[in-house]
Design a protein around this ligand. Structure first.
Ligand SMILES: [Zn+2]
Length: 64
C-alpha cells in the first residue's frame, strides 16, 4: 500500500486512508472513495446480472 506524508503533521499515512491516524487530518475525502466503490460495485453487479441471465436462460432452455 503506498504511503504519503500527512499535510498536517508529516506522519506517513496510507493513500487509501480517509484521514491521518495520528492527527485526524482528512487525506481522501469520503465522497471520492465512495464514488469509486459504487462504480466498482455497480460494474460487478452488472457482470453478475449477465451471468445470472445466461444461467437462467440455460435452465429455461433445458426444461423445454
Ligand atoms: Zn497527520
Amino acid at each position: 500500500m503506498p504511503l504519503k506524508p500527512c499535510p498536517s503533521c508529516s506522519h506517513s499515512v496510507s493513500t487509501q486512508a480517509e484521514s491521518c491516524p495520528k492527527c485526524g487530518h482528512p487525506i481522501n475525502p469520503k465522497t471520492n472513495t465512495k464514488t469509486t466503490y459504487i462504480e466498482e460495485k455497480s460494474s460487478g453487479l452488472s457482470f453478475w446480472g449477465v451471468v445470472g441471465a445466461v444461467i437462467l436462460a440455460i435452465i429455461i432452455l433445458s426444461f423445454c
